[in-house]
Each structure stands twice: as structure tokens, then as C-alpha cells.
Design a protein around this ligand. Structure first.
Ligand code: BGC
Length: 754
């Protein structure tokens, strides 16, 4: 039985939103005519075929292609392989409708870029766009025309493994990143030979899974959905994204793959998205486990009628012909889904150019130019969290101990879900440091291994010991593995230690959530032993999530959060460490103090007893409720002074534009880049408003002594919010405004909206 799950209790939403104007590609009468012609010729089996994606180019999937029972193949790579499969469609199928080849190009195809949580923190939209241009060029050279990216899930819980793939915690930054990535992937036209069709995923609120456990239930208010989790998708849709992928999670009782409210009421009817929606892997059939369908036929019916046009790999859409014949499924619903799929195939130029040019594989992949973009983005993505006594940058004549299990681990530099990336392409920090200062200046010791987690339990993970006198946990344990001795010896012989610790790449990503934020294995013992040598230490953390580093600020001089920076990780780290480049990356997520302080995010609402953020009654008795490092935070090798905040528009009308400026001056000794951020707080709204919301940012590069006036313009409409009836309103009254280096500081003023 067909169930309509639209939330009828939610009133109609006004179409104006905070996120720019619609930029859909117009549907031309010519295109409609071509689609109508094809639809008229198609049998219902062929229609179901266009709505079906299979994995791989096996004899079975190729047979399905010849019979017109497949519209897309996933994970077929290489010009030869994709062209061969395409020939099965173009030469052997009755209607010769081209296949579209899909693949996960989350942070690069072969030239692997920093993981998304890292690159979002670059705040560099042109560079992010350029990186996806490179990814599109490489993917298409390999026959891939459709990428399952950008992943635009907002996440506030670092236990969730996929926080690494996501777009940070801020909807405003995230929606701009989403748009930049879509522009990069799709280029001027999706039909260009070096452009791909992008896919915004996972729609929607996948990042809000309870407890951070992957695929878990999500139960959130409509307001939270609209203000925090939807805007990044809106950013992608407004930028013209060709496709959207529905999410695995159940949202307020309705699985993402069968959610009419999100897929049709919002995506199609409100936002006018006219591309197609694909399910996530096997998610249609998972409706059985969700308790939402009794069998594959009902699962197909629920998904298709909710708004999922293409079924990824589980084959349930093969029930479509029977559903139509039995009268349960109107053929018009099927036609509409096929129309969307064909529209994207036409827009992608597949009918004119179904094949890829095999020569491009030799010329377009892993080129020096591509690697240069990866190196620049890696430099801009790492975050300098602490630099006591200006320990960094290091002099190149020092003797440096390079220590730790991640210093020379090629695979982990790439991070999880690294497309077609290969470990051998990665430059490790050890290799790059040796290349930069010479072998004679470098002492290397791995110290400890990071044991993989097995069966949900951390094999070999020592029970966290209480904090030691120095603060580094594990200090009391005398049973140090022998190799730590080598590491201690190396530290003792050096002037300074670069300590590379964190997680293996596989410890974040899909189905890789964690119940703690600890350093796996014996790494804390290693850290503690190195700290006890009293040598100056620069901690370089490679991980896909913020880890618990409460002990670090007092015990080490420098802290760099390197995330997983991709093929050029080592070079980027060495360039920053030795001062060839100044760091400029910022945190795209707030850094929680400990596991117990999850969730920590900057754009929270006030309590009725806000007081000072550290007052006992607003947080915990045993620790501050502030993040260890706030969203937007990151240091560089110079100092910037903020002054002369000027409200050019002290009073703004609800249809006007807010204009704010401030002077930013480089008062340090080196050229450096500052990410200047604009935050706003609506003091009184129809619902309680977040204490701060990011409304603008600009990367500003200044020489020592140089000063620049940075001006922000924000449409008053973008200061609005949803009222309890879910209508978008721009509240009148007083607003606070900050021009700031991060979400917890800055120079402050006020303005009125009238
Ligand atoms: C993931 C998606 C991915 C798909 C295809 C799923 O398991 O959730 O992000 O695009 O597989 O590889």
C-alpha cells in the first residue's frame, strides 16, 4: 500500500531563503521534445532500466545494459573499460541510450586533495573550485562522468566517522563550499569533455545521527533541519548541481530514501530542483530493515513515489513494470523519474559524446599542474593551533627528530575514501623533511604502531591511563614498547621534535565511527616519553576528527592539525614547518574539550542563564564548556590587529543591505594570510537565535606593516530565520556584529534592522 508521508502539518514555506537566487539550467523546448520522443518509444522495462544503477562491469551487468535494463554503472574505471561498457549500450541496446558512469570522487580522483573537513577550513572558494576542476578533469579522463560529491553533510559530532568527508559545522560556510565545489565539478557546462555531473549528498541530516553511530536514527526539529542541515544542499542546488543522493538515515521516522517531505516538498517543489535523485548504496532495500516496507516491491514503490529516481545497486526498481501493470504505480510517476534521468544525460552531452578519449588518461592525470593545486590546498588546509614562543617556523639548520607512526605512512596521508588515489603517489612528511633540510639533519623513529580496530573493539588499545604530572596520559606506565626507546634516543640527539600522531586513515569515514576521541594504541605513551625528554616538541596530528588533546597545550610548544592532506601532505607540512609558506587554515568544526562535551558547536543558542561562558551553572562542574579551540580558529606566522569597526549602515531596512567594515593590519614580521570573519547575533527573534552566526568571510594577505579595510555586505534577508510556523522572517530590532579572527573573539558593534 502506498503511504504518503508528507508532513502536512508543516505550513507552506515562503520561497525566499538565505541562500541566493536559483540558478537552475533552463529546460529548453528542444530538450523536452527529445525526451518525449524517447519516452514514447520506451517499454516500461526500459524505463525501469534507466532508473537502475548496477556496480561494476561484470558479464551480468553488461548483459543488463544490452537489454536496456541499466541506466548507469558505478565503479567502472578507465577509458577502455567505460568505453567497452558504453558500446554495450550504444551498439547493442534497442534505444541506444548512453550509460552514465558514477564514482566516488570525494577529495580528488588520482591527485588526492585534503579530506573535505580540512579543505573546507581553507575558506578559499576559488581554490576549492579549482581543485574540483582538476578532479573532474582526471575523472573524465578515466571515463567517469558523474561523481558522488560534494558531500555536504553538516556534522557536530566527531564520533561520527563521516565528519571527515563532510563540510564542517557551519551552514553558511558549508553552502558556499558546496556551491564552489559544484561549479568546479560541472565547469561552464556539464557537457564539456572535462566536466562531470556533481551529486550533493547525503540528503539529508545524515550528520545528525544519534550518538555519532553511522546510519543511525535522526530526530530533529523542522527548524534545525531548515536552518542547519538543509542550507548546504540549497547552496549546491542554487549552483546548478545535476543530481542529489538521498541519505541512509531515518529522519523523524521516515527514512531518507522514502522521505516525500524532503525529496519532493522541499527539493522539488520549493527549490525547483529538476535534476535527478539517486538512492544511496542499497538504501531502497534497506526500507525492509527500517520497518518501512514489507518487500522489495513496496520498497521500490515507496522510494520512487517519495522522489528517488534512480536505485543504486539493490535492483528493487526491477519491480517497477509489475507495479505499473498491477495499477499500484501510475506510469506518470515512472515517466517523470525517467524524464529527470534523461534530462541530466542530455545536459551532460552523453548522447553526442558517449565515449571518452583514451589519450587523456596519459596526459591529464597526476600532472605537475594538478599536484601543484593539491599542494597549495594542502598548505591552506592545515591548521596551526599553537605556536608557543614562536617555535615555528623551524630553522633549516636544526637537527630534527621526525617521530611517530604517521610520519612515514603513505596510505594515511591520503585519508579515507581517496577515489582512485594510490599510496605510492603520496609524499610523506619524513620524505619531505629529508628533501628540505638534508638527511644529515634528520633522525627518524616510528616509535609505535597504530593497531587497527577489530570487530568494533580496539585491538591493542591501552586503557587510558590517568593524566600524568606533565598532563600527557599514560606516563605512569613503565612497560614502554622497546621501539619507544629508539624514539627517545632520536629526540635526545635532536634540537627539536616533529611528532606525527593521530589516526590511521581507515579510522574515519563510512562505518568508522568511534566511541572515544583517544589516540589509538600506545601513542600517548610515545608522546609522554618524548615530552619527558624536555626537547621542544611540535605535535602534528593527522586525523579525520578532532581528538582529545586537553593535555597538549601545556606540554608541547607547537600543535598543527594536519587532518589528512592528500598526495602532497608531506610537502605542504614541510613547507609550513620550515617557513616557506605561512599557515592560513582554520577549523571548520569546533574542537571539543573532551568526549563528554560533545556536541560542541559555536552557533548554539543561549540558555536563560548565559552569564560568562565559564560559569558553573552554564556548563559542567569539572571542565569548561567552551571548546578547546573555536570554530574559525587558526594561527599564522604573523599577528593581525583588528580595528576601526565601522557600521556603514547603522540602520538597515528589511529589504536593505548591511555594510560593515574593519581595518586589518599585519603587525607581525612576515607576510601572512588572515581569514577575516563576520558574525551576527539577532538579539530578539521569533525563536531564540544562535549566539553567533557566520555571515561572511574574506582571506586577506598582507605584508608586514600593511593595513587593509575589509568591507562586508550582507543582504538583510540573509539575516533572517524561521519563525515557529516555519516562515522565513527578518526580525526587526538590535543585532550584534563582530569582525573576528574566529567565532569566539573579534571587535564588536551593533546595528538595527527596521
Ligand atoms: C556511501 C555513499 C557512496 C556510495 C557509492 C555508500 O555506501 O554512503 O557516500 O557514494 O556508497 O559508493
Amino acid at each position: 500500500m502506498l503511504r504518503f508521508r508528507s508532513l502536512t502539518c508543516v505550513p507552506l514555506i515562503v520561497l525566499t531563503t538565505a541562500v541566493g537566487a536559483l540558478a537552475q539550467q533552463a529546460t529548453s523546448p528542444d530538450l523536452d521534445r527529445k525526451i518525449d520522443d524517447l519516452l514514447q518509444k520506451m517499454t516500461v522495462e526500459e524505463k525501469a532500466g534507466q532508473l537502475t544503477q548496477f556496480a561494476g562491469n561484470t558479464p551480468e551487468t553488461l548483459a543488463a545494459v544490452r537489454q536496456g535494463k541499466a541506466g548507469s554503472l558505478l565503479g567502472v574505471l578507465g577509458a577502455q573499460q567505460t568505453n567497452e561498457a558504453q558500446r554495450a549500450a550504444m551498439e547493442n541496446s534497442r534505444l541506444k541510450i548512453p550509460l552514465i558512469f558514477g564514482y566516488d570522487v570525494i577529495h580528488g580522483y588520482r591527485t588526492v586533495f585534503p579530506v573535505p573537513i580540512a579543505s573546507t577550513g581553507s575558506f578559499d572558494m576559488p581554490l576549492l573550485e579549482q581543485a574540483e576542476r582538476v578532479a573532474a578533469k582526471e575523472a573524465t579522463a578515466s571515463g567517469v562522468k558523474w561523481v558522488f560529491a560534494p558531500m555536504v553533510d553538516i556534522a557536530r559530532d566527531p564520533r561520527w566517522g563521516r565528519i571527515v568527508e563532510g563540510i564542517g559545522e557551519d551552514p553558511s560556510l558549508g553552502s558556499r563550499v558546496a556551491a564552489a565545489k559544484v561549479r568546479g565539478f560541472q565547469g561552464k557546462s556539464m557537457a564539456d569533455p572535462d566536466s562531470v555531473v556533481a551529486c550533493a549528498k547525503h540528503y539529508v541530516a545524515y550528520g545528525a545521527v544519534e550518538g555519532g553511530r553511522d546510519y543511525n536514527t535522526v530526530d530533529i526539529s523542522e527548524q534545525l533541519l531548515r536552518e542547519v542541515y538543509l542550507p548546504t544542499f540549497r547552496g549546491a542546488v542554487d549552483a546548478g548541481v545535476g543530481t542529489v543522493m538521498s541519505s541512509f538515515n531515518d529522519l523523524n521516522g521516515v527514512p531518507g530514501v522514502a522521505n516525500h517531505h524532503t525529496l519532493t516538498d522541499i527539493l522539488r517543489d520549493e527549490w525547483k530542483f529538476d535534476g535527478f535523485v539517486v538512492s544511496d548504496w542499497g538504501a531502497v532495500h534497506e526500507l525492509l530493515a527500517h520497518g518501512f516496507a514489507v518487500d522489495g516491491a513496496q520498497a521500490a514503490l515507496e522510494s520512487l513515489t517519495a522522489g528517488v529516481d534512480m536505485d543504486m545497486v539493490d535492483g528493487d526498481y526491477a519491480h517497477i513494470p509489475d507495479l505499473v501493470r498491477s495499477g499500484k504505480l501510475p506510469v506518470g510517476v515512472v515517466d517523470e523519474a525517467v524524464r529527470r534521468v534523461l534530462r541530466v544525460k542530455f545536459r551532460a552531452g552523453l548522447f553526442e559524446h558517449p565515449y571518452s578519449d583514451p589519450n587523456r588518461e596519459k596526459t591529464d592525470i597526476l600532472t605537475p599542474e594538478n599536484l601543484q593545486v593539491a599542494r597549495k590546498l594542502a598548505q591552506e588546509s592545515l591548521v596551526l593551533l599553537q605556536n608557543t614562543s614562536d617555535i615555528l617556523p623551524l630553522s633549516k639548520s636544526k637537527t630534527v627528530a621526525v617521530i611517530g607512526p604517521l610520519a612515514d605512512d603513505k596510505a594515511s596521508q591520503l585519508g579515507p575514501w581517496a577515489g582512485n588515489g594510490q599510496a605510492k603517489d603520496a609524499v610523506t612528511p619524513l620524505e619531505a623533511v629529508v628533501a628540505k633540510i638534508g638527511k644529515e639533519h634528520v633522525l627518524y623513529a616510528k616509535g609505535v604502531d597504530i593497531p587497527p580496530f577489530e570487530g568494533g573493539l580496539a585491538a591493542g588499545v591501552a586503557a587510558p591511563a590517568p593524566a600524568s604530572a606533565t598532563g600527557a596520559q599514560g606516563a605512569e606506565d613503565n612497560g614502554k614498547p622497546a621501539s619507544i626507546n629508539d624514539a627517545v634516543a632520536a629526540a635526545n640527539k635532536s634540537d627539536v621534535v616533529l611528532l606525527f600522531v593521530g589516526e590511521l586513515a581507515g579510522m574515519t569515514g563510512e562505518a568508522s565511527s568511534r566511541s572515544t576521541l583517544d589516540f589509538p594504541g600506545d601513542q600517548l605513551k610515545l608522546i609522554n616519553a618524548i615530552v619527558e625528554t624536555k626537547k621542544p616538541v611540535v605535535l602534528v596530528i593527522e586525523s579525520g576528527r578532532p581528538l582529545d588533546i586537553r593535555w597538549a597545550p601545556k606540554n608541547v610548544a607547537g600543535i598543527i592539525q594536519a587532518w589528512f592532506l592528500g598526495v602532497q601532505a608531506g610537502n605542504a607540512i614541510a613547507e609550513v614547518v620550515f617557513g616557506d609558506a605561512s599557515p592560513s587554515g582554520r577549523l571548520a568544526v569546533s574542537w571539543p574539550r573532551s568526549l563528554g562535551s560533545i556536541p560542541t558547536y559555536y552557533n548554539h543558542r543561549n540558555t536563560g542563564r548565559p552569564g560568562s561562558p565559564d560559569r558553573w551553572h552554564t556548563g559542567y562542574l569539572d571542565q569548561s564548556s567552551l571548546p578547546l579551540f573555536p570554530f574559525g580558529y587558526g594561527l599564522t606566522y604573523s599577528k593581525f590587529k583588528y580595528g576601526n569597526l565601522s557600521l556603514k549602515t547603522p540602520v538597515v531596512s528589511t529589504d536593505g543591505v548591511l555594510r560593515v567594515s574593519a581595518d586589518i593590519e599585519n603587525v607581525g614580521k612576515r607576510e601572512a594570510t588572515e581569514v577575516v570573519q563576520l558574525y551576527v547575533h539577532d538579539r530578539v527573534g521569533p525563536t531564540s537565535r544562535p549566539v553567533r552566526e557566520l555571515k561572511g568571510f574574506e582571506r586577506v594577505t598582507l605584508r608586514p606593516g600593511e593595513r587593509k579595510s575589509v568591507e562586508f555586505s550582507v543582504k538583510a534577508n540573509d539575516l533572517g530565520s524561521y519563525d515557529p510556523q516555519m516562515r522565513w522572517v527578518v526580525p526587526v530590532g538590535t543585532y550584534d556584529v563582530w569582525v573576528a579572527p574566529d567565532s569566539a573573539s573579534g571587535i564588536e558593534g551593533t546595528f538595527e534592522v527596521k
